[in-house]
Design a protein around this ligand. Structure first.
Ligand SMILES: Cc1cc2nc3c(=O)[nH]c(=O)nc-3n(C[C@H](O)[C@H](O)[C@H](O)COP(=O)(O)O)c2cc1C
Length: 190
């Protein structure tokens, strides 16, 4: 089948990591509801659904977290700090929304895997609604300093949950780059 004929396949191919958002163009509540309900359909090991999503539309909080991430990088990993500085010190790229995904701190029932799958569900649903996304592993830097407990409670994460990942979404100002598929990563055995 030609991928251009199939809406789902087209959607998968058109998702890309967007590193620039229009901060003045919010995501509607209707779209956010659709996307977050799609997230809840994600498969999880033993149907554990061992995640908590925090949809943050408060850009003051996002700015604060971004500054904290930069400070933590400076103290903890100078290479990461320099890389961040080279992109203007931004980890959230002016996104109007970040969805933080938290999971139990004991990694029970493949919690990290479940989180990753849920984030891809969010990414694909958002893409199909004309939005752009970026999965943000740099989120871990926000929660790696001494004020982590205060930040966890600010974001209302459940007790004994941890967070090191988020997905940003909004209307992109950064275009996609051409991608090359590395077919050597697939082995077929017949
Ligand atoms: C778990 C995870 C964390 C990521 N964290 C970041 C990040 O913090 N910053 C960033 O710019 N890109 C991040 N990315 C995006 C990857 O760099 C991107 O997926 C990869 O370069 C392929 O590009 P594409 O998504 O446009 O195909 C992350 C991707 C994943 C899956």
């Amino acid at each position: 089948m030609n991928k251009n004929d199939n809406e789902t396949i087209k959607n998968i191919y058109s998702r890309y990591s967007c590193r620039g958002f229009d901060k003045n163009k919010p995501v509607s509540d209707d779209n956010l509801d659709t996307i977050m309900q799609a997230a809840l359909t994600s498969p999880s090991s033993y149907n554990s659904q061992n995640w908590q999503f925090v949809v943050c539309q408060n850009t003051e909080i996002l700015d604060r977290l971004q500054n904290i991430a930069l400070e933590n990088a400076k103290l903890q990993d100078i290479t990461v700090y320099q890389r961040l500085k080279s992109v203007g010190g931004r980890i959230f790229y002016d996104a109007p929304v970040a969805v933080f995904i938290a999971r139990p701190n004991n990694e029970v029932n493949l919690a990290s895997v479940n989180s990753g799958i849920a984030l891809q569900t969010i990414a694909l649903c958002a893409t199909s609604l004309g939005l752009n996304t970026l999965m943000c592993g740099m989120t871990r830097l926000c929660f790696s300093g001494k004020n982590v407990n205060e930040l966890y409670s600010l974001l209302k994460f459940p007790k004994d949950f941890v967070c090191d990942l988020s997905i940003l979404m909004g209307y992109g100002t950064a275009k996609r780059k051409e991608r090359e598929l590395d077919k050597s990563k697939i082995t077929y055995i017949k």
